[in-house]
Design a protein around this ligand. Structure first.
Ligand code: ATP
Ligand code: MG
Length: 565
């Protein structure tokens, strides 16, 4: 079979991925699915063997820093040994069986990575959650996921204890702390005495490996189940082609540990390629810390969200030199061309946009060696057959807008979730004809590039036109007064609905005459994009409602407009 072991054998993971063209890259992606697959044994332990044999660069597997100057580096061998100790704790101290569910809510501490690998080794199902969850959110997650074990820290343990009696499946709790806590196993203490001898569970490729909560941009987060092969093997498309990683690379992804994006870019994609996972225990978002870290450490590949790039380019970056940095990527929301251009001016590097979901691996991406069309999400990843489809599931020709779909019949590709847990109707609603419907609207141009229009729910229908907020926001963001904007539909007695822009002003413009500014902004949009899209209503606000991961919650603004909340 063409599993990762086979990739190791012919050394394909170790060579740079600069394919001369997109077609040759697609040709190169031929992974078969083995019957049994476990990322810990089939990938990580393979890298340990190569490391021991001196067949890989001496890069660490994991490199952690915090802002007190503390550092931690593990080789693949150390990662293996520590994660085996952790695995023994899960099985013996926590009495977890294969298939049991483990909620992991930790900030960017090394134990988060160990827990990821320990769950793989024990065949327990990992459910990551963000540390920004409140007591109510934790209760929702514990109950809806029927978790058997929770791993967290001092900050969140009291919230867990307050709701634990309402969670009938929860029978073990592990705390990552210097102090002991009644009713909790202390991980640091337990690690001192645990054995590092452990036999990895032989998981089937189609066994559930993890459940990820979606970001909750358009409603309650959905529980998305992934198998061992879907991320463990499927994310090799991200690692090899989009992130362009080799074992000499040091990859830093800034996303919060609670999202599938962390599994994407802080666990599977870099480690499939034998690259070093770099992380900074940043408790809060601080642009200057990010810029300092990028210039001080030999980070070669950087992955972040559009909102982070937007804030970084607002800083004076002239005093920083990014000597090692060679590849930058962004995903999670559209990145606007004004940000990519500023980033290029300041660093000399392009931002390679990728598009995907918690439900998938990379769907579309800009790959090294490919011409970037600013504003486009690039071309389909080799993992999927991506098409634009109509309401009946027919494939639409280039240039026509429709739903972005992934072909799932006759064969469901791996790299795609299996189902939304305990929600068969929601799972079924994503299928139309031969396609999984992403819920996003877009079109493909004649060169095969995909362009994001909007989430299907965000499309505005005004006077017979369909308007995607993204294009209008792009135009707005180019105006010097606009720091950020969100565009939604608003009721109108004549037109049914019209375009409304919520705008956060740059500080210098806050004292300007607002009526005058609204007119200027409207004129600017009319000139920059098709005039029918200009916002007939404009409202200035202090900040946009966002998800924890920093995505704009347009549905909240829209509901307010339509007074449904
Ligand atoms: P929920 O499903 O709970 O509403 P969510 O869709 O934001 O939340 P994620 O799975 O984290 O949860 O995000 C995937 C979505 O993010 C995509 O469906 C798409 O709408 C958006 N997205 C991701 N990458 C891009 C991109 N490059 N351009 C435009 N949109 C993107
Ligand atoms: Mg979604």
């Amino acid at each position: 079979f063409g599993s990762v072991r086979a990739l190791h054998k012919d050394n394909r993971t170790a060579t740079p991925q600069n394919f001369s063209n997109y077609e040759s890259m697609k040709q190169d992606f031929k992974l078969g699915i083995p019957e049994y697959f476990n990322f810990a044994e089939d990938v990580l332990d393979q890298w340990t063997d190569k490391e021991k044999a001196g067949k890989k660069p001496s890069n660490p597997a994991f490199w952690w820093i915090n802002r007190n100057g503390e550092e931690m580096r593990w080789s693949f061998e150390e990662l293996g040994s520590l994660s085996r100790k952790f695995a023994n704790i899960l099985s013996e101290v926590c009495s977890l069986q294969r298939g049991d569910r483990v909620i992991l809510i930790l900030p960017r501490v090394p134990e988060w990575w160990l827990a990821n690998v320990a769950c793989l080794r024990t065949g327990t199902v990992l459910i990551p959650g963000t540390t920004q969850l409140t007591q109510k959110d934790i209760l929702y997650r514990l109950q809806s996921s029927k978790a058997n074990c929770i791993i967290t820290n001092d900050v969140l343990a009291p919230a867990v204890d307050a709701v634990a009696s309402k969670c009938e499946n929860l029978h073990s709790k592990l705390i990552v702390s210097e102090n002991s806590r009644e009713g909790w196993g202390n991980l640091k203490e337990l690690m001192k005495h645990a054995s590092d001898s452990h036999t990895c569970v032989k998981t089937k490729h189609n066994e559930i490996m993890a459940i990820f909560f979606t970001s909750g941009t358009s409603g309650y987060p959905k529980m998305t189940a992934h198998t061992h092969s879907s991320f463990g093997l499927g994310l090799s498309v991200n690692g090899r082609f989009w992130l362009d990683l080799t074992p000499s690379d040091v990859m830093w992804n800034t996303s919060d540990t609670g999202w599938a994006k962390s599994a994407w870019s802080s666990v599977f994609s870099p480690w499939i390629q034998g690259a070093c996972v770099f992380t900074h225990h940043l408790p809060r978002f601080e642009p200057t810390s990010i810029l300092q870290t990028l210039s001080k450490y030999p980070i070669t590949v950087f992955c972040s969200a559009p909102t982070v790039y937007r804030m970084l380019v607002q800083n004076d970056m002239t005093s920083y030199k990014f000597k090692s940095l060679k590849h930058c990527v962004s995903a999670g929301e559209p990145i606007t061309p004004d940000v990519t251009e500023k980033w290029r001016n300041k660093t000399g590097l392009d931002i390679y946009e990728g598009y995907g979901q918690t439900e998938t691996v990379l769907i579309c991406g800009n790959f090294k060696g490919m011409k970037i069309k600013p504003g486009s999400m690039g071309k389909p990843s080799p993992a999927f057959n991506v098409k634009i489809v109509d309401v009946n599931g027919n494939v639409l020709p280039p240039g026509q807008e429709g739903d972005i779909g992934i072909q799932v019949l006759p064969n469901r590709p791996f790299g795609l979730f299996t189902h939304y847990v305990d929600n068969p109707s929601k799972t079924a609603s994503t299928l139309r004809g031969n396609f999984y419907i992403t819920g996003d609207r877009g079109y493909m141009d004649k060169d095969g590039y995909f362009w994001f229009v909007a989430r299907a729910d965000d499309v505005i229908l005004s006077s017979g036109y369909r308007i995607g907020p993204f294009e209008v926001e792009n135009a707005l963001n180019e105006h010097p007064s606009v720091a950020e904007s969100a565009v939604v539909s608003s009721p109108d007695p004549i037109r049914g609905e019209v375009v409304k822009a919520f705008v956060v002003l740059n500080p210098d413009y806050k004292s300007h005459d607002q009526e005058q500014l609204i007119k200027e902004i409207q004129e600017h949009v009319k000139k920059t994009t098709a005039p029918y899209k200009y916002p007939r209503k404009v409202e200035f606000i202090q900040e946009l409602p966002k998800t924890i991961s920093g995505k704009t919650k347009r549905n909240e603004l829209r509901k307010k407009e339509w007074k449904t909340i």
